[in-house]
Design a protein around this ligand. Structure first.
Ligand SMILES: Cc1cc2nc3c(=O)[nH]c(=O)nc-3n(C[C@H](O)[C@H](O)[C@H](O)COP(=O)(O)OP(=O)(O)OC[C@H]3O[C@@H](n4cnc5c(N)ncnc54)[C@H](O)[C@@H]3O)c2cc1C
Length: 375
């Protein structure tokens, strides 16, 4: 009997899981992966799109390229998940699975920050980044704020990256002196698990005259003014927001969540429902919401699914470790290797910004593109 697997969401986690299951049990696999989009893009490519470094079309990878034994991609929107019967309802039909994997990521609740829609911009959605490539060139003087509206949020270095890349953009346009940049973040330092990465970022902010405002969130916006969570008012001419993150509504309705996210067993990424797994940003597994961690979780879930199918012991608990790249501008990229579970507290090792690490980051993307899409 073939193993019927349905994977919900073809992002970082879903794509890695499909690749492993296809490589390992391909001829015994009957896997359907469902996504509402017909193309994939890396989270970091939104920064390239918003600053005009790449066109939207250049960063989109078509799901039609997926050609893996035992794997079928379906473009469809998931409207209901029943984790008891492992039945999934979509706009076009329904699917039943022996094993269900929820990899639907995190959504944005933009309206949770009053005034963000009317008076600000966000760059975390692809549409938001596309809109900003038209808006940013019109900012020629005044105050720009990069502001986080809630935690947790994806890719903790991304607000710092946006501030540094904005500095580069304005310097390149010869208008940096006419502009000020502030970065508002709810953490005490830019990357809390890595004091060295935080130190390097704070030094870069200081050198570039970027004002870092820690331990605050953006509570609301009105025209030309951001209001912080302590009531402080900050006038702005350009607002680049990181919206509040939430679990996709279809997951909230499924009964899989507790306190807003899906709890999972770290050893296998299984949920409280038999043969239902959850990986990546949709979970509360205890690692940041980042692609590299979604990928690590996919490896663990795949190992557990394969072990159960073959009647063997589970082998590979989720390590909670991964490497994140940090754009410093000027073509240089740093890397932080973060480990969340092996020590008494999370820790990170910093590798300073260099052109060599920019090449590494390129390879990080191209190797996934090759592995997941054969391109
Ligand atoms: C600006 C920015 C920069 C980033 N930089 C990095 C970085 O440098 N390194 C890094 O590791 N991470 C980075 N990230 C984070 C990374 O993109 C995410 O953490 C990662 O994609 C999460 O993987 P996932 O599989 O959990 O979910 P996702 O990759 O978000 O995939 C979820 C999928 O589910 C689909 N979906 C959702 N709801 C439905 C539905 N109802 N029906 C059908 N399909 C649905 C979505 O279309 C999506 O394709 C960045 C993110 C941003 C915004």
């Amino acid at each position: 009997m073939k193993l019927r697997v349905v994977v919900l969401g073809a992002g970082f986690g879903g794509l890695e899981l499909c690749s492993i299951l296809s490589e390992t049990i391909g001829d015994q696999l009957d896997l359907t992966i469902i996504d509402q989009n017909d193309t994939f893009y890396f989270g970091f490519s939104k920064l390239d799109v918003m600053f005009g470094h790449k066109t939207p079309d250049a960063v989109k990878i078509p799901y039609s390229s997926i050609k893996k034994q035992g794997v079928r991609f379906c473009k469809d929107t998931i409207t209901a998940i029943d984790p008891v019967t492992r039945t999934v309802t979509t706009q076009a039909g329904s699917y039943e699975a022996d094993v269900l994997v929820v990899a639907l990521g995190a959504d944005y609740d933009i309206s949770a920050t009053p005034g963000l829609v009317e008076h600000g911009n966000e760059y975390y959605s692809f549409q938001g980044a596309e809109k900003l490539r038209e808006v940013i060139p019109g900012f020629t003087k005044g105050h720009a704020i990069v502001g986080v509206c809630g935690a947790p949020f994806k890719c903790p270095p991304a607000p710092s990256e946006a501030a540094l890349m904005l500095h580069d953009h304005l310097s390149g346009a010869g208008i940096r002196d006419a502009c000020t940049i502030s970065l508002v973040m709810p953490f005490g330092s830019p990357i809390p698990p890595s004091p060295d990465s935080s130190k390097a970022l704070l030094k870069a902010f200081e050198e570039r005259d970027i004002r870092f405002i820690p331990q605050h969130k953006i509570a609301s916006l009105r025209e030309g003014t951001a209001i912080l969570d302590d009531g402080t008012e900050m006038p702005f001419d350009l607002f680049l927001g990181i919206p509040k993150h939430v679990t996709p509504d279809v997951v909230l309705q499924s009964g899989l969540t507790e306190n807003g996210w899906v709890p999972v067993d770290r050893a296998s990424l299984s949920t409280k429902f038999p043969n239902v797994y959850a990986i990546g940003d949709v979970t509360s597994v205890g690692t940041p919401k980042a692609g590299v961690f979604a990928e690590g979780a996919a490896k663990t879930a795949a190992a557990a699914i394969i072990a159960a199918y073959k009647g063997k012991e589970n082998g590979l608990p989720y390590a909670g470790a991964g490497s994140c790249y940090i754009e410093f501008g000027k073509g240089e990229v740093a890397r932080v290797d973060v480990d969340f579970f092996s020590g008494p507290k999370p820790f990170g090792i910093h590798h300073g910004a260099s052109e060599a690490l920019a090449v590494d980051k390129e390879y990080f993307g191209s190797s996934r593109k090759a592995r997941w899409f054969g391109l």
